[in-house]
Ligand binder design. Structure first.
Ligand code: BJW
Length: 251
């Protein structure tokens, strides 16, 4: 790891040693090295599909079969991929920091859990869950979902992907996310900074006194809100960064 990385690790350690907490926000970039397409990069999902048809309540009302298929394909894809070294490094950091660690993810995949993260806050939902529009039950749903799928709680056929679409309120916005934005260190990984409210978290965390750090291939849309940045693939940057933080904490 270069000097920038070591300097950033020292700054993080200084905050954590005096009882600080760390909050991590992840986006599609952290799962890219596992083989999942991002949204806005070249070749990303929104280049291949029309966002308003697939990720909005109006699109689902217009053409549910198309939306079910899109998420069925992505759900099936989860069976053939694995967490990468970036996910694993974050799980290691979580074990070291303990209760002072929070992970907010915009990702709907389950790679953080499979890497060992205990309770990531999935603010945009989860691919492997379905939600009943009749009784609001959230069900584990590992297989294909369609208009004939039945809710095991109420028997209705009103299941939809458990995904937050544009115009819908993300999850955990009332308590857990606001509480985590008071942490002393805020680390943002692999997110373009285009989608709110997540794109506003860094400014909020910084305003509350956090040291803010970005890991991305390139500066994100809100890069001015970060105190420090490391540019490159998360799977290459995070393992040595976490190692340096762990070494600093044990000194
Ligand atoms: C790597 C890498 C590697 C690549 N290593 N890095 C006008 C102004 C402001 C806001 C709005 C507005 N009009 C409407 C809004 C609100 C709207 C919004 O933000 N729209 C903007 C697009 C303008 N937001 C909403 O509607 C949200 N709800 C809402 O606001 O409710 C009201 C409210 C909330 C709170 C308080 C009060 C009111 C809901 C947003 C739902 C987003 N849903 C999606 C799709 C569903 C999930 C799915 O199908 O999978 O979520 S959209 C899509 O974008 C997905 C993602 O989670 C989200 C963020 O994308 P992400 O993760 O940043 O991915 P990319 O592709 O954009 O970026 C990848 C990055 O990784 C890049 O930077 C690469 O460089 C990097 N990278 N490889 C490191 N190896």
């Amino acid at each position: 790891m270069g000097k920038d990385g070591r300097d950033i690790a020292s700054l993080v350690c200084a905050r954590l040693k005096s009882g600080g907490r760390v909050t991590v926000l992840t986006g599609a970039g952290i799962s890219a090295e596992s083989g999942l397409a991002t949204f806005r990069d070249m070749g990303g999902l929104w280049e291949q599909y029309r966002v308003e048809e697939l990720a909005s309540p109006e699109g689902f009302a217009r053409n549910p079969a198309l939306v079910y298929d899109f998420y069925n394909l992505r759900r099936a894809q989860l069976n053939s991929i694995e967490p990468n070294s970036g996910h694993l490094a974050l799980a290691t950091l979580e074990r070291q920091v303990g209760d002072g660690f929070s992970l907010i993810t915009q990702n709907v995949d389950d790679l953080h859990e499979r890497a060992g993260s205990r309770q990531p806050l999935h603010m945009h939902g989860e691919l492997r869950k379905a939600r009943c529009q009749a009784c609001a039950s959230v069900l584990n749903w590992p297989d294909d979902l369609d208009a004939k799928s039945q809710c095991s709680a109420c028997g209705s056929h009103a299941l939809r992907p458990h995904i937050v679409w544009f115009g819908e309120m993300p999850f955990h916005m009332e308590e857990r996310i606001p509480a985590s934005l008071t942490a002393e260190v805020f680390l943002s990984i692999g997110t373009s900074g285009h989608v709110y409210p997540a794109a506003g978290f860094v400014a909020e965390a910084r305003q509350q006194g956090a040291l803010t750090i970005e890991v991305n291939l390139e500066p994100s849309a809100n890069s001015e809100a970060f105190d420090a940045a490391l540019y490159g693939p998360a799977g290459e940057i995070l393992p040595p960064l976490v190692d340096a933080i762990m070494a600093g904490l044990s000194e």
